[in-house]
Design a protein around this ligand. Structure first.
Ligand code: NAD
Ligand code: UDP
Length: 341
């Protein structure tokens, strides 16, 4: 590991906060920047409870060059992990400019200020959504990119910008990580996924139904060409994902050239598989209704995660049962007043 500090943008968010925990457990010193547009400053206290030390924390927007410059002057940063961004596919269709401004504009602004400070190691949060509807599964990194929403386009655009940047200046070493379906929580339950408003994603929605905060899960489509008719996805435990970032960081700091890798488990689970696993975790039946397919959904995708193993020596270790158990534990802590916001 490096002696310098690691900048984590979006570090109070769902994935960023878990990544901070993994980094700090490995001995890295972490500097978090977040504008709190989708998270709460209290997450820093909970990271400190888990790790026994506090990351440096700045409320700042990555698009604000002056604020970012001030942060970078105060620290000796050796690499950045860039989680900050907006992530709701449906919202991105309604307000595309907000998504391009934050996700694309934010990354350009961040790279400019990092460049000024001579920091040229970057890990970027991309998404399997860049593949759109894949021709075949499992999906490998050389599959065609066919993003189908402004959110997906914003990720594909940033990937292209980062490829052009490292082509223009080979001192840049950039790791692009394409996440499949992150879910679950830290085993302590102190941090987790606590979406504002109605959750878009399956696991947090199920958790709220299981906790009695919502009436029933709508299962979007039961006529897909899959064994039980419901959609199949590759759910990856957020702590596995966090550890994948540590492996990627280590590779970059040890001089590995840039890379694009999938972070997934390589296993597909249907919506009904997830419901059953969650019922086992919470110990009671979860009310479900069948509903029409959700616009834009594909029947099935899961990762070919072999490149991550070859390049980074990383693979996921936690299964769907762990994801549901930890998501439920975190939900119970939230419901009991250990608010995550
Ligand atoms: P999140 O919303 O929980 O975390 C993002 C954090 O970034 C939030 O704390 C938010 O306040 C902050 N932020 C947003 N815009 C900012 C800005 N301009 N400046 C500073 N901070 C800003 O989301 P997450 O699930 O943790 O996702 C993290 C990253 O991973 C995002 O880039 C997302 O697109 C990507 N990703 C997420 C998923 C998923 O299913 N969660 C899947 C694939 C990729
Ligand atoms: N899903 C569902 N009900 C919900 C949310 C999701 O049936 O309330 C299904 C969705 O159709 C997909 C899977 O669960 O097959 C995962 O959806 P999610 O939104 O979590 O992730 P996506 O893969 O769409 O990014």
């Amino acid at each position: 590991m490096s002696t310098g500090e690691i900048l984590v943008t979006g570090g109070t968010g769902f994935i960023g906060s878990h990544c901070c925990v993994s980094l700090m457990k490995q001995g890295y010193r972490v500097v978090v920047v977040d504008n709190l547009s989708n998270s709460d400053a209290g997450v820093i206290d909970r990271i400190a409870s888990i790790t026994g030390s506090r990351p440096a924390f700045y409320i700042a927007d990555v698009r604000n060059a002056d604020e970012m410059d001030r942060v970078l002057r105060r620290h000796d940063i050796s690499a950045a992990i860039h989680f900050a961004g907006l992530k709701a596919v449906g919202e991105s269709v309604a307000v595309p400019l907000r998504y391009f401004d934050n996700n694309v504009g934010g990354t350009i602004a961040l790279c400019q200020v990092l460049n000024t400070h001579g920091i040229k190691r970057l890990i970027f949060s991309s998404s399997a959504t860049v593949y759109g509807a894949p021709d075949r599964v499992p999906v490998a990194e050389d599959a065609p990119l066919r993003p189908a929403s402004p959110y997906g386009h914003s990720k594909a655009m940033v990937e292209q910008i980062l490829a052009d940047l490292s082509h223009a200046d080979p001192e840049w070493r950039i790791g692009i990580l394409r996440y499949f379906n992150p879910a679950g929580a830290h085993e302590s339950g102190l941090i987790g996924e606590s979406p504002r408003g109605t959750p878009n994603n399956l696991v947090p929605f199920l958790a709220q139904v299981a906790a009695g905060q919502r009436d029933a899960l709508n299962i979007f489509g039961n006529d897909y060409p899959t064994p039980d008719g419901t959609g199949i996805r590759d759910y990856i435990h957020v702590m596995d994902l966090a550890e994948g970032h540590c492996a990627a960081l280590e590779a970059l700091l040890q001089g590995q050239p840039g890379f694009t890798v999938n972070l997934g488990s390589g296993r597909g689970h249907s919506v009904l598989d997830v419901v059953r696993a969650f019922e086992a975790a919470c110990g009671h039946a979860i009310p479900c209704h069948h509903a029409p397919r959700r616009a834009g959904d594909v029947a099935e995708y899961y990762a070919d995660p072999s490149r991550a193993m070859t390049l980074l020596g990383w693979e996921s270790r936690r299964d769907l049962e762990s994801i549901c158990r930890d998501a439920w534990h975190s939900q119970c802590r939230q419901s009991n007043g250990a608010s995550q916001r």
